[in-house]
Design a protein around this ligand. Structure first.
Ligand SMILES: [Fe+2]
Length: 341
């Protein structure tokens, strides 16, 4: 079955035929920082399969965290779902999640892609990689560490230190090299920036294609989205870009996640666990990852072919995102103290 067919209407039937647990009627209050139409199709499929109505509350991750905090014990929220381990670990540090106990989740989600205490589970993977303009001499640029090498002075475009993807990347360097070496790395990177940080990941990719800088750091799905665009200008951007998958001779590419966990004061905790189990089902994994050109976290599930076209197979850092997500505050402090605007 193709992705399109799944998303186009047979998903409900496909899900109904799988082992999604069936609970009595009820509801589920889902706080989500994801905003893809394909997610809504999935939630409807969950309702169809289980009878549980899904009430979706959408906002940015930070705003949802503040809202859940403010609602406290009276929060109607059952699930918090968001991109980036940094967001999940911030919520975890605030005591927002309870441990979900589920043999299904433990069997299906690899151990390094869920919180050690079951506070959250990862359902998609994305990588943060290096992109360069074709024809630019970047010989020797093979690792994240190399981005701080003076060889690449005035060549790099990257987002601000306020961006959580960067905080997680730096958090992963703290995990490997410690704080002092990471501070030095930040200084080198800042010295190599072609401009002060501005714009989003797509903006960095476009700036490289346009020659405003030579090297960008961006998440894999942004280039994939441009590659699937109908706009010839977007396709021309992709055509201008070469991809560097860093650290293939050591720990592998920095992989981040989107994930979800059961909230501490969830009024419907059983429904919440059923929903997480549903997200780990074959069909949901396929569609959920496809919706944003990401990789599923469950082994053996297909992914969008554009990812093979752009990236192929590569070695992924298998560090638990709980580690670098948990380093978020330290990472931000180091970035700000060393000149990363
Ligand atoms: Fe993003």
């Amino acid at each position: 079955m193709t992705f399109r067919a799944l998303l186009g209407g047979t998903l409900v039937a496909a899900l109904a035929s799988t082992a999604v647990p069936v609970f009595a009627d009820g509801e589920l209050n889902l706080y989500t920082a994801r905003h893809y139409d394909s997610d809504i199709v999935l939630f409807e499929a969950f309702t169809e399969a289980t009878g549980i109505e899904v009430n979706v509350i959408e906002d940015k991750a930070g705003a949802l965290i503040e809202r859940i905090k403010a609602e406290g014990r009276n929060s109607p929220g059952d699930i918090f779902m968001t991109a980036d381990a940094g967001n999940l670990m911030s919520a975890a540090a605030d005591g927002m999640f309870q441990s979900a106990v589920s043999e299904t989740l433990e069997a299906r989600i690899p151990e390094n892609l869920r919180h050690p205490d079951g506070l959250w589970f990862a359902f998609t993977k994305r990588a943060r990689i290096i992109m360069v303009r074709k024809g630019v001499d970047v010989e020797g640029l093979e690792t994240y560490e190399d981005l701080a090498d003076p060889t690449y002075a005035d060549m790099i475009c990257i987002r601000s230190s306020g961006n959580i993807y960067n905080q997680s990347l730096v958090g992963s360097l703290v995990a490997v090299h410690g704080e002092a070496a990471t501070a030095e790395w930040v200084q080198g990177l800042v010295a190599n920036m072609a401009r002060d940080p501005e714009s989003n990941d797509t903006g960095q990719i476009r700036a490289v294609a346009a020659g405003e800088c030579d090297i960008a750091v961006a998440n894999t799905y942004y280039l994939a989205r441009l590659a699937r665009s109908d706009d010839p200008a977007d396709l021309a951007v992709v055509e201008a870009i070469d991809v560097i998958l860093p650290n293939q001779d050591d720990r592998g590419v920095h992989v981040n996640i989107s994930g979800a966990g059961v909230l501490t004061n969830a009024p419907n905790p059983d429904n919440a666990v059923a929903f997480l189990e549903f997200l780990a089902s074959d069909e949901a994994q396929l569609a959920f990852a496809e919706g944003n050109n990401e990789w599923p976290t469950v082994d053996g599930i297909a992914h969008a072919t554009v990812l093979d076209d752009l990236y192929g197979d590569f070695i992924q850092d298998d560090i638990n995102p709980a580690v670098f997500g948990g380093n978020r505050a330290d990472a931000l402090r180091i970035m700000e103290a060393n000149g990363w605007k």
